[in-house]
Design a protein. Structure first.
Length: 304
């Protein structure tokens, strides 16, 4: 489904909704890979004595116990396994929470009344507001954004637990008893909820098309600029000509396409047919199959 891409909250150029979701998918895959790495990093045991030197029992005891527990032995440790491992785990959870918040924030923006390109599923009889019966609030997305703050804050506490005194103090213990189970349980809940949210997301292709056309073709300004440059125009002059038409369109003096078609600088270099080609949204998606093939391993890959 074609839609407008936005930068700084403003209309940019055409993209597709599938392209947006492909970015989410690839980001989620990176998190899966990170979690596999930190799981190995934190699944470490030690039984090397009070200072870590095996003063009263040999390494073979540590190896036997860790093997029984399904843990790797720490190559070297003092009284405890070093807390950079735990901080890495908490940081990986915080990164995952941040991405879930990113996805949820995007849904919140797309659900805004004046945008309404997608929205959370709203069941029959569900209440969005106790005071305003018409409301369909993105409560799941808002919930996820709030929980992400907790997981991020917990990662900072894990960082603070890395620098312990000498061969160990106990300041980390009270912190980890709270943040480790909390962050792990929260991430599990957040993953279940964002999965359900995306699976049941309501998408409005017609509204995406309407919003794409809202600015009367301003989203095609860069292609027009490049077409002028290809015809020999200096970039500065071409930019000024296109921007002049764009700013007039912004002020409502006329449609961007009409202004471009009447501008002497532009029409001297581009025919009517060449101008028309610049306003074709399909041009912006000609490589999307190649992108899908990179991400999903499928796609026609029409682009050369």
């Amino acid at each position: 489904t074609i839609m407008v891409g936005r930068s700084h909250g403003m209309h940019g150029e055409p993209i597709s909704f599938g392209f947006k979701l492909a970015i989410w998918y690839e980001e989620a895959r990176r998190h899966r890979d990170r979690l596999r790495i930190v799981r190995k990093e934190i699944a470490i045991g030690k039984l090397s004595g009070a200072m870590g030197t095996f003063a009263h029992s040999g390494p073979e005891v540590e190896e036997y116990v860790c093997k029984k527990l399904g843990l790797q032995t720490d190559p070297v440790s003092n009284q405890i396994v070093q807390r950079d491992r735990h901080a890495a785990y908490a940081s990986a959870l915080a990164l995952l929470a941040a991405s879930i918040e990113k996805f949820a924030t995007e849904i919140r923006h797309l659900q805004r009344t004046e945008v309404l390109e997608a929205e959370e599923y709203f069941s029959e009889g569900q209440k969005g507001s106790s005071a305003m019966p018409h409301k369909r609030n993105p409560i799941a997305s808002e919930n996820l954004c709030g929980l992400a703050r907790v997981v991020r804050a917990n990662s900072l506490a894990a960082m603070e637990s890395v620098a312990l005194w000498h061969e160990r103090d106990i300041s980390h213990s009270s912190v980890e008893r709270v943040i480790m189970p909390d962050s792990t349980i929260l991430i599990d809940y957040m993953l279940v909820r964002i999965t359900d949210l995306v699976r049941n997301l309501i998408v409005y292709p017609q509204r995406m098309k309407q919003n794409l056309e809202m600015t009367g073709g301003l989203v095609y300004s860069q292609r027009l600029l490049l077409a002028l440059i290809d015809k020999g125009a200096q970039r500065k002059e071409a930019y000024e000509a296109v921007q002049r038409c764009a700013m007039s369109a912004w002020k409502g003096r006329s449609g961007f396409h009409d202004l471009v078609s009447k501008d002497p600088f532009i029409t001297k270099r581009l025919t009517h047919a060449q101008i028309q080609v610049c306003f074709d949204p399909r041009y912006y998606l000609r490589h999307v199959d190649t992108i899908y093939r990179r991400v999903f391993g499928t796609g026609k890959g029409r682009a050369k």
